[in-house]
Design a protein around this ligand. Structure first.
Ligand code: URA
Length: 210
């Protein structure tokens, strides 16, 4: 589709996505699976982190070995469903700082309005990973990326579990340089803005609301 849109087709990710799609999967299992999928996706999303060589004294000798170099990381969940992806990501990148962005859609202008934003003070020095399980119209993701850029973010990746083609198109149009990492691309949006076949409302399924 685009050369910076990546579908992570690892069998474990695909298997777990099938489980969360199932309407019979309850909130507890759903939350655990979203965490596991996020952890697996973090592995791929961090594949391009630069390394530097260091020396470590083992019990036997000095080893020339590698550690992650370069910029620090930040994870930015879009409230509320994005919260479900934070713990899985943090398992692999525990030193990351977490910022939060909350958006709602103004009923008159239909434009996303920020109602909450708390970010690490040094976001301009961090590689940011914006997370939200569902990329539907792309409105929230695009607005969140826009707000981050306004506050000085220089490096942003977007990670979603399931995307509609419409959402990918919208984010890519607004932010062509932002790579998008997905577990799968579904058929379309329905008239209510839900992804088809999708998994329903990710926030409700994570938190047991309805
Ligand atoms: N948000 C969701 O939680 N699910 C969808 O299908 C679309 C947006």
């Amino acid at each position: 589709m685009y050369d910076n849109v990546y579908v992570l087709d690892h069998p474990l990710i695909q298997h777990k996505i099938s489980l969360i799609r199932d309407e019979n999967t309850g909130s507890k299992e759903f939350r655990e699976l979203v965490e596991e999928i996020s952890m697996l996706m973090a592995y791929e999303v961090t594949r391009d982190l630069p390394l530097e060589e260091i020396e470590v004294k083992t019990p036997i000798a000095i080893a020339k070995t590698k550690v992650i170099a370069g910029k620090k990381l930040g994870i930015v969940p879009i409230l509320r469903a994005g919260l479900g992806m934070v713990d899985g990501m943090m398992k692999l990148i525990p030193a990351a700082k977490v910022g939060h962005i909350g958006l709602y859609r103004d009923p008159e202008t239909l434009k996303p309005v920020e109602y909450y934003c708390k970010l690490p003070s040094d976001i301009n020095e961090r590689d940011l990973i914006v997370v939200d399980p569902m990329l539907a119209t792309g409105g929230s993701a695009s607005a969140a990326i826009h707000f981050l850029k306004e506050r000085g973010a220089q490096s942003i990746k977007l990670v979603n579990l399931i995307a509609a083609p419409e959402g990918i198109e919208a984010v890519h149009k607004d932010h062509p340089e932002v790579p998008i990492y997905l577990a799968c691309i579904d058929e379309r949006l329905n008239e209510h803005g839900y992804i088809v076949p999708g998994l329903g409302d990710a926030g409700d399924r994570l938190f047991g609301t309805k």
